[in-house]
Design a protein around this ligand. Structure first.
Ligand code: PBG
Length: 328
């Protein structure tokens, strides 16, 4: 049927009709909030390149979690910010390291009201800022896998709910699954960043974790964005090794990939709306070039429309407050 019998605007004239025809929505339950946990007490340092985001000590994380629960956000992703680092990241394999400590404290207070996902990588914990052990001027795959597995085991024994390896070593899901299973943590899921591109959109994040790896990319382990189909092999391998869901990042410039993963794999998808995507919105809004909230909501819908089941986003609190004010 064509015009004039068909008039697509008929479903757009009335606000209630528009709403009844919507098939995508954003709710607080779709959101995962990333938190940068640092050592010390009563610390809340704003991260310069991530306006509105902070490095916070465990006591302040607890206060923040109360606020999140009030806003119906029940999932957090933890990153460690440490004063002392080492050559390999093994420093994070101790139960006294910052994230295991934070996990125990959060679990003690909030139990299962809050799902804790831990990002597992060594780049926050190495003096050089690389994602693992350096051999012959590059990140060594297999020795790094051992550190990642040990870090995961400590997190599991601290009570973490989900392990999210973000390093992009080959075989890391296998290493982590094996060590968890051997130690009776077979119920803990692994959500790897299966599709993670070597991207300039991670720039502000490196500030957030005080990484020495300020410039540059991680092209020898993260994916090349000039490849359209490489993601298939990455996901197949991770699923074969025991991945339970996949994280895709960045998100906004990779909506095509999210959509393809949705149609080609039967696996839950989490999109990571990364630091550079957040900063672009913040800077533009600061200059009054865009309506910040409207743009954020549009971006979130684009990710869900592409196929994301949940979204990791620094905007989570803003969005939940907005939804609460609208009584959604
Ligand atoms: C750790 C890690 C990074 C991000 C999440 N985990 C940085 C990187 O891989 O370079 C980026 C997140 C963001 O930019 O918000 N490897």
């Amino acid at each position: 049927m064509n015009y004039p019998q068909s008039r697509l605007r008929r479903l757009r004239y009335n606000k209630i009709v528009r709403e009844m025809c919507e098939d995508i929505n954003i709710l607080p339950k779709d959101l995962i909030y990333p938190i940068f946990v640092c050592e010390g007490e009563n610390i809340k340092n704003e991260i310069k390149s991530l306006v509105g985001q902070h490095q916070i000590s465990i006591d302040n994380v607890v206060k923040l979690c109360e606020n999140l629960i009030d806003l119906n956000i029940n999932k957090i992703l933890l990153f460690g910010v440490v004063n002392e680092k080492d050559e390999t990241g093994d420093i994070a394999c101790s139960s006294e390291s910052i994230i295991p400590k934070a996990v125990r404290q959060i679990k003690k207070i909030f139990g299962d009201k809050l799902l804790i996902i831990a990002d597992v990588c060594n780049c926050s914990y190495t003096t050089h800022g690389h994602c693992g052990t350096i051999k012959n001027n590059d990140v060594d795959n297999d020795s790094t896998n051992k550190t990642l597995a040990n870090q995961s085991l400590v997190l599991a024994s601290s009570g973490v709910d989900i392990i999210a390896p973000s390093d992009m070593m080959d075989g890391r899901v296998k290493f982590i699954r094996e060590i968890l299973d051997k130690n009776s943590y077979e119920k803990i899921p692994i959500f790897p960043y299966s599709v993670k591109y070597s991207s300039s959109f991670y720039g502000p994040f490196r500030d957030a974790v005080n990484s020495e790896f300020a410039g540059g990319k991680r092209e020898t382990h993260q994916m090349n964005f000039k490849n359209s189909y490489e993601f298939i092999r990455e996901i197949e391998q991770d699923l074969n090794e025991g991945a339970d869901a996949v994280i895709i990042k960045p998100a906004l410039t990779y909506l095509d990939i999210i959509s393809k993963v949705k149609s080609e794999f039967n696996v839950p998808i989490i999109a990571y709306n990364v630091s550079g995507e957040y900063s672009m919105v913040k800077s533009s809004a600061k200059n009054n070039h865009i309506n910040e909230m409207e743009v954020i909501i549009e971006i979130m819908h684009s990710m869900k429309r592409a196929g994301a089941d949940s979204i990791i986003t620094y905007h989570a609190i803003q969005i939940a407050e907005y939804l609460k004010n609208k009584n959604v």
